[in-house]
Design a binder for this molecule. Sequence first.
Ligand SMILES: O=C(O)c1ccccc1N[C@@H]1O[C@H](COP(=O)(O)O)[C@@H](O)[C@H]1O
Length: 230
Amino acid sequence: MQGLIQVAGVIDQAEADLIREEGADWLGFALRLPAKNEDLSEADAAAIVKEIQPEHRGVVITYLTDAEEIKTFCEELGVTAIQLHGDVTGEELRKLRRIAPDLYVLKSLVVKQDNLDELTTIVDEAAEWVDMFITDTFNPATGAKGATGLLHDWSISAELVRISPKPLMLAGGLNPDNVAAAITEVRPAAVDAHTGLEDPVTRRKDRTKVRKFVQEARRAFAELERGAKA
Ligand SMILES: O=C(O)c1ccccc1N[C@@H]1O[C@H](COP(=O)(O)O)[C@@H](O)[C@H]1O
């Protein structure tokens, strides 16, 4: 699982193809969000997921918090991984593991200014029931907990990497120009980006940005591994 690259916010088949062609591992589909501002329909997402080959993986990014609803939704879409950005309780995470033991669960840790203690408690309570954590940035101006395009204090994510018994994916404002530095500083198992890979005018993924993001991330992960072996 070390050195994994996810690109989030898939809009359509062409974008999914672009992301796979440029070498990212996982594709994130943002669905069932509170503001109902999804980029694609659930039917379109299911059709794209169906075509994803085993070397890649479709991940649903959502604010759902009810274990039964999450399980049913994943089955409907045909996905085997879910990224939970809502305030899902430990009880629901435990239930989800019980009713969907093969579902790969990522739990978000929303980084604010001074909430390391709060996030540490979430890691302690949730680690048994999830497969990976993802740190993402809170935007106090909008209340958004993901796809903000904003960086957060990487020292918080680095500390969470140190204390977490489960691997951690770093997200929040990553782009081709900062992903290598982020990997070097935080030492995550995975990275993930959405808005930093888009063309600002069309709001679609920019092939050159996705390519450079993947290249830079692969290079930085390889350096980490070399350092770990030395
Ligand atoms: O991708 C989305 O639309 C989304 C919506 C709601 C919550 C999370 C979402 N995406 C996640 O946020 C990170 C960071 O985004 P950005 O790079 O800062 O724009 C993204 O990678 C998704 O995992």
